[in-house]
Design a protein around this ligand. Structure first.
Ligand code: PLP
Length: 393
């Protein structure tokens, strides 16, 4: 017998407010239905590399399994992997990060939710760019805090200016959460911008968190970590994107020394430890063999980016002068449609191209923009572009 519960019933999950499912999931679901009917769909909606995890990482996982490394690890992760990251920050960014400041997490998602609990109190305001990765504003809302959206423009490389941050900040603001390179725009914060924002935040007594999950997937020379300019900033990163390990659920955070103890307490309580097998596998991600494969893949992403950006410009979509990182192009389709959701539906249903509407990433001009991911083969990208050209001609 089914019981009807009143909305106030203590048996009901709490009200999630305006936390919505991702529209990209609806796109993916509908694309799968169409494929089941025999249609060929070009997938440009997916936010993960199409490459399988590199073989050296897989071999390391097999060896870890055979060696019985199937138990909990220490909450902040295995020393071997944290030491790889110490070396990584030394060699890539020229900075010293003490091992104790690094905590291995279940994906960047686990890191973001841990840091939300560590840094945000009910009623706080947290400054975010609009558009941005949607989970971030949801994590903030789940803390009974308020995302304070700062609208950013393509002409400003989708970066907020200090004047804009200052205009949105109020007495409740406790921090600034940014991403570089950003999802959905691929925009990178320059060293000067990072320095400026961190200096301003320090003056205002705000914490700074930068999501650096797309580091490694950059197509410009300089990709600074926020830690190069401010040792007290919080960093989120992951093995999902550059290391191609989305399904392994492994990431890391870096916290300032004074926050280490509390971060460890939260890690112990939230998840005890990240996956042991995934951690042992990820150590191999820093080997020479794996690095060669990952760099080849970055080159493949760069070629796809070059092809896609040139084609989109030719078709008449407005896109940034340069997509600097990640694997997304955030394109203004307002010449062709005043509603990005309708546009994406039409592209999927009538032209077999799956892309994500801007409404997944915020409010600002969200009905004008769509996100196209180049996480599919060159052959599929070519097909997608020719379908798009035909649809919009
Ligand atoms: C900006 C950003 N942060 C965090 C995540 C979460 O990544 P994961 O939990 O797979 O490490 C994503 C995933 O797409 C992302 O785009």
């Amino acid at each position: 017998m089914e019981t009807t519960l009143s909305p106030k019933s203590p048996h009901n999950p709490k009200d999630l407010g305006n936390i919505n499912p991702f529209r990209v999931m609806t796109v993916m679901h509908r694309a799968a239905e169409l494929e089941a009917e025999g249609r060929k769909i070009v997938h440009m909606e997916v936010g993960e590399p199409d490459f399988n995890t590199a073989q050296p990482i897989i071999e390391a996982a097999k060896a870890a399994l055979d060696a019985g490394l199937t138990h909990y690890t220490a909450a902040p992760g295995i020393d071997e992997l944290r030491d790889c990251l110490v070396l990584h920050y030394r060699s890539r960014y020229g900075i010293e990060v003490a091992r104790e400041r690094i905590l291995i997490t279940p994906g960047a998602s686990g890191g973001l939710s841990l840091l939300a609990n560590l840094l945000i109190s009910p009623g706080d305001g947290v400054l975010l760019s609009d558009p941005a990765y949607p989970c971030v504003r949801n994590f903030i809302q789940l803390m009974a805090a308020n995302p304070q959206l700062v609208p950013v423009e393509m002409r400003d490389n989708f970066q907020p200016s200090l004047a804009q941050l200052d205009a949105v900040r109020d007495a409740s603001t406790s921090g600034v959460w940014l991403a570089s390179p950003s999802n959905p725009t691929g925009a990178i914060m320059s060293r000067d911008q990072l320095t400026e924002v961190c200096g301003w935040a320090r003056q205002q007594g705000l914490h700074v968190l930068v999501d650096e999950i797309y580091h490694g997937l950059h197509y410009v020379e300089d990709l600074p970590s926020v830690l190069e300019v401010d040792d007290s900033a919080y960093v989120v990163n992951s093995f999902s994107k550059y290391f191609g390990m989305t399904g392994w659920r492994l990431g890391w955070i870096i916290v300032p020394t004074h926050a280490i103890e509390k971060a460890n307490i939260l890690a112990q309580n939230f998840y005890i430890s990240a996956s042991s097998i995934a951690q042992h596998a990820a150590v191999a991600g820093f080997s020479r063999d794996a690095s060669e494969i990952l760099e080849q893949r970055r080159q493949a992403f760069r070629e796809r980016r070059d092809f896609l950006c040139a084609a989109l410009q030719d078709i008449g979509l407005m896109i940034p002068d340069e997509v600097q990182g990640a694997f997304y192009v955030y394109a203004d389709v307002s010449r062709f449609s005043s509603d990005s959701e309708k546009f994406c539906r039409d592209m999927l249903e009538n032209h077999g191209i799956a892309i994500t509407p801007g409404t997944d990433f915020g409010d600002h001009k969200a009905r004008r923009f769509v996100r196209l991911a180049f996480t599919t083969s060159m052959a599929d990208l070519e097909l997608g572009v020719s379908r798009l050209r035909e649809a919009l001609s």
